[in-house]
Design a protein around this ligand. Sequence first.
Ligand code: FAD
Ligand code: SF4
Ligand code: SF4
Length: 480
Amino acid sequence: MAKQPMLKFVQVERDMPEKRTAHVRTEDFDEIYQEFAAVKAEEQSSRCSQCGVPYCQSHCPLHNNIPDWLRLTATGRLEEAYATSQATNTFPEICGRICPQDRLCEGNCVIEQSGHGTVTIGAVEKYITDTAWEKGWVKANAPLAERSESVGIIGAGPGGLAAADMLRKAGVQVTVYDRYDRAGGLLTYGIPGFKLEKDVVMRRNQLLADGGVTFVMNCNIGEDIAFEEIRAKHDAVIIATGVYKSRDLDMPGSGATGIVKAIDFLTVANKASNFGDSIAEFEDGTLNADGKKVVVIGGGDTAMDCVRTSIRQGATSVKCLYRRDRANMPGSQRETQNAEEEGVVFEWLSAPKAFTDTDGKVSGVMVQKMRLGQPDASGRQAPELIEGADYLEEADLVIKALGFSPEDLPTLWNQPELPVTRWGTIKAQHLTGATEMDGVYAVGDIVRGASLVVWAIKDGRDCAEAILEKFNAKGAVAAE
Ligand code: FAD
Ligand code: SF4
Ligand code: SF4
């Protein structure tokens, strides 16, 4: 009888790629996980029980064919595993690195539910495509035939780039406009290198350019080119601009210097530490944690990225204030554990009340202690103030990581008819991204609000399909 290559979850324990020790990894901005060796990837893939109804797949936003690529990896058929994996995901090695797998595919793996520890789906997904890059299997798009239609995409984040990739593959003329100097959106300038090394993103950008996608960088739509101009130039336009308006704190002392926004801090950190750019605010210490007592306010993934970046920049202490407790924080538990290992101190059930300063420069945060009360309308326990428990937390750099909301695009672009929700996100059809403006689509965070890379990729792919369908239908009518 042939040897059964799968279902090894009883004999083989779950194992992640090795994690560099905290004192070593905090010395640089490189990723903290090593790569699986081939033998390890095969062994870990072989733990999958090849479920008839794979919950991992149904909880992956891209519905990746996970059981198939695990089986192909377990049996050494890596090139086929790569072909299967990339058929549904534009950037598998990026998702493998930064998806919150515990909430998506891995969190729903049946062997995890049966107490055996989930299949390490993300690490295998990363391994497959990193190997494909090494072996030269990842090739630039070469459309079989060029098409005359053109699509303008505003925003070179994962949503815009996923759409660009699919449209270009089909021969469409694609131009991506972005106000940054490098493509990738938050993959490039939000997410730090210790979660996602930048050459992983840059090689993807290059691949798209090699496949014929035109990038127009340093181009802020609404300032450098009017939205109408983009619309007039292309047969369809995709808005993929993400959400960049930082939620703020309005409390006594909040005008002091040294209180900064997370996105500014992380963008500069990425430019200076990952690309070696010379940035005045980094060099003059405005957006640099070196030698400082840092307090980060917030409990989401952005806050986790700020605390861990501060440690790597050489902060003397890093504290994170969050008004709920650990169990109720929005950020990933895995990232919180990584932060703790690296020396970050969490002050749970703590909220800022005011800032103190010396000569206009922040010197501390007045912290009020909270307890969790009754669940509110959202079902989450609301934090309640504990009277008389305030204390002063010393700080010479305070980073506000309180979330993001959309910029006011209808006003900024002088497009009052651009349909937006009451939160300012663009109103777009589910599964196509079509808005009520003819030929205008929207994808990613600008539609969903701050979300995840994998959802932006899904939106971009769905939208590209819808646009192609529309172009094909028009072509068919013209040919009649
Ligand atoms: P973005 O990635 O934001 O890209 C939008 C692009 O549009 C940007 O390049 C911007 O410059 C450009 N743009 C905006 N306005 C204009 C304009 N007017 N003209 C021209 N260009 C414009 N998600 C995960 O899944 N895992 C994580 O670990 C994770 N970590 C995160 C860490 C941080 C610090 C942040 C802020 C977010 C994180 N996210 C993470 C969320 C994830 O990055 C986003 O959900 C995702 O990038 C959204 O993709 P997008 O394409 O919609 O927008
Ligand atoms: Fe899991 Fe994300 Fe990969 Fe889907 S894309 S299989 S959710 S890591
Ligand atoms: Fe394999 Fe787990 Fe997916 Fe089942 S749920 S197919 S065991 S990875």
